[in-house]
Design a protein around this ligand. Structure first.
Ligand SMILES: N[C@@H](CCC(=O)N[C@@H](CS)C(=O)NCC(=O)O)C(=O)O
Length: 227
């Protein structure tokens, strides 16, 4: 069977993989699918023991989880130029950026993301995330962020896929939760200015917006789908 990538672009982790495929010109080489039997179904937990998205159903029917692992797997498995730097230093730099985003940035933004999707957040928790934890993650990110056109050098890499997918949501949530702009983090600010209007980024934003509209039902009538 053809491999199936399960989830939706509203998830920055799912979208990271689509950005990776887009960089490689490999978007057409994989099927995109919702979670079989629905989110948190028995089948979902069989494919992903924590009931999360994304996951990849491979040709043999087994699954692969964790967005970064899936992105690197597909980078090697599918055609198109690799988005993992071959230079050992650049490779470490790209990996460090993805780790900082996953381990520190995502942990910091997570309570705010939860509140944006129907959960609650106390003023204290919001202030801590906004004024301490997210800035600390950005400061750490700047240790590794390059000064070229992209996150690592002048070509797109896996690091950009992790950044673009997360920074979409940072900017989208900023007005509602009073998140700071990037001016305290000049490398991040310059990076974002460099890339935010590129075709790759604009295509990603379109996918995320479309996916968000689909899950919130805002275009349910035109889609003929109310689930
Ligand atoms: N470390 C995981 C994170 C995946 C993740 O947290 N996915 C979220 C959507 S953005 C999810 O499925 N959350 C549902 C849940 O945790 O119950 C990865 O990189 O794939």
């Amino acid at each position: 069977m053809t491999m199936q990538l399960c989830g939706a672009s509203v998830s920055p982790f799912f979208e990271r993989i689509l950005i990776t495929l887009d960089m490689k010109g490999a978007l057409e080489q994989i099927n995109l699918a919702p979670v079989p039997d629905g989110f948190k179904s028995e089948a979902h937990f069989e494919y992903h023991p924590m009931g999360k998205i994304p996951f990849l159903i491979k040709e043999d029917g087994s699954s692969l989880t964790e967005s970064q692992v899936i992105a690197e797997y597909l980078d090697r498995k599918l055609g198109g130029p690799s988005v993992m730097p071959t230079d050992i230093e650049a490779h470490a730099q790209a990996q460090a950026i993805t780790r900082v985003m996953d381990l520190y940035y995502f942990a910091a933004i997570h309570p705010i993301g939860g509140a944006a999707f129907g959960g609650e957040i106390s003023d204290e928790a919001l202030e801590k995330a906004r004024d301490e934890d997210i800035p600390a993650a950005f400061t750490y990110l700047e240790k590794y962020l390059g000064r070229g056109k992209c996150a690592v050098g002048d070509d797109w890499t896996i690091a950009d896929a992790a950044l673009i997918s997360q920074l979409y949501w940072y900017n989208a949530l900023a007005p509602r939760f009073g998140l700071k702009d990037f001016s305290d983090h000049p490398k991040l600010e310059a990076y974002w200015e460099n890339i935010k209007d590129t075709e790759l980024v604009l295509r990603s934003f379109e996918r995320v917006k479309k996916s968000y509209d689909e899950i919130t039902g805002s275009d349910a009538e035109t889609q003929g789908d109310t689930e």
